[in-house]
Design a protein around this ligand. Structure first.
Ligand SMILES: [Zn+2]
Length: 368
């Protein structure tokens, strides 16, 4: 297959997202007597936004906008990433970095063209579902805290040119709700992928689990690309006090990876396949690390030491404790209101923190 032209990318993206919007409109939004619309913005920015006109207690009135430039760059990233991951030099380099645990850098069940297409569609729908996540939980209202008289609230992903950098409680709420939208997006994407690959008409049962796992791997690679793109060149370090609108890419990856392997295992088991936790853990870590490596070194000019960018698990990250404490504190405050007004969605999409993680974050230690 030849590389797609930009207009072909826009057409494919529009077909896929228009169909998802139609299905949601005819399904859950109709049931709730609400409405969902979707559109494109032409300004050449890697950006997406979510707008809500819902009145308190009323049916959801939602709109999602993606920029064409976002779709274009997601596609080009998928192309570049797959070319990087299938390159012999990369394979040798990664084998030293990941030692014995390294699995194939691209899933063997897909051709190179399928990898590009699946990675693109995974990342595109993930961004769409992230915006839907903001809307499902009415984050605009949560962030506004009753200050605005307008019924319309908007959440922009790219906040680089905001008139004023958020600080204090507003910044903490913004970061916590971004992580909450990530949770909704990952859940929606994995459910859609499981429906498509584990019981879709195109796949015979024997291959179902492998292609599902392959699609999860590519989605995890693409999350690193998405998080660094939205970070727009800012420092990836996790700092307190929390400022700005979005969490750092490293924190977002550490937050997403366990959710991905846990939910993948759950879905495999629900469809009567084996969910090998060990394999899923090392596979998702490799995917996230490879995506970060690609964005920072193959595409970027990062000077951050590789080891800081790689996923280790929150329990191995005492340096994130102060940040996590701020997130947990504000999330515990806003979560009951969010749960009460959340319009729809499986409980698995709601951001949750385990007792073990809470104990770790609030334990006394030398790192404060
Ligand atoms: Zn967001």
């Amino acid at each position: 297959m030849q590389s797609r032209t930009d207009p072909e990318i826009y057409e494919l993206a529009n077909n896929v997202l228009a169909e998802i919007t139609q299905n949601l409109s005819d399904g859950i939004y109709k049931q709730l007597q609400g409405s969902l619309s979707f559109g494109w913005a032409t300004a050449p920015k890697f950006n997406a936004w979510a707008e809500s006109d819902t009145v308190v207690g009323g049916p959801p009135q939602h709109k999602i906008i993606l920029h064409y430039e976002l779709a274009r760059l997601l596609y080009r990233d998928a192309e570049d990433f797959c070319s990087f991951a299938s390159n012999e030099r990369t394979k040798r380099l990664i084998q030293t970095a990941f030692a014995d645990d390294a699995t194939d850098l691209l899933p063997e069940c897909f051709t190179l063209d399928d990898c590009i297409q699946n990675m693109f569609l995974g990342s595109l729908t993930w961004v769409y579902f992230h915006e839907l996540g903001h809307l499902m939980q009415e984050h605009g209202r949560v962030r506004d805290d009753g200050r605005s008289v307008s019924a319309t609230s908007t959440i922009q992903e790219l906040d680089a040119h905001a008139a004023q950098i958020l600080t204090g409680r507003q910044a903490s709420i913004s970061h916590a709700t971004e992580l909450a939208a990530d949770s909704e997006a990952t859940t929606q994407c994995l459910f859609a992928s499981a429906r498509h690959f584990l019981k879709g008409p195109l796949v015979d049962e024997a291959d179902g689990a492998e292609v599902f796992i392959g699609s999860v791997y590519l989605l995890t690679c693409s999350l690193a690309c998405i998080f660094y793109r939205f970070n727009a060149g800012s420092s990836p370090h996790v700092v307190t006090p929390i400022t700005g609108s979005h969490p750092s890419p490293i924190y977002r990856l550490e937050h997403s990876v366990p959710q991905i392997y846990e939910l993948t295992e759950l879905l495999l088991k629900a469809f009567d396949f084996d969910g090998d936790r060990r394999r899923l853990v090392s596979m998702t870590k490799q995917a996230a690390d490879l995506g970060s490596f690609f964005r920072n070194y193959a595409q970027g000019i990062s000077t951050v030491e590789t080891i800081h960018l790689f996923v280790k698990g929150f329990l191995q990250r005492p340096e994130f404790k102060p940040y996590s404490r701020e997130i947990l504190t504000v999330w515990d405050e806003i979560q009951p209101g969010i749960t009460a007004s959340r319009h729809f969605g499986t409980e698995l999409g709601l951001m949750q923190f385990t007792a073990e993680f809470r104990g770790f974050v609030f334990s006394e230690s030398s790192t404060t």
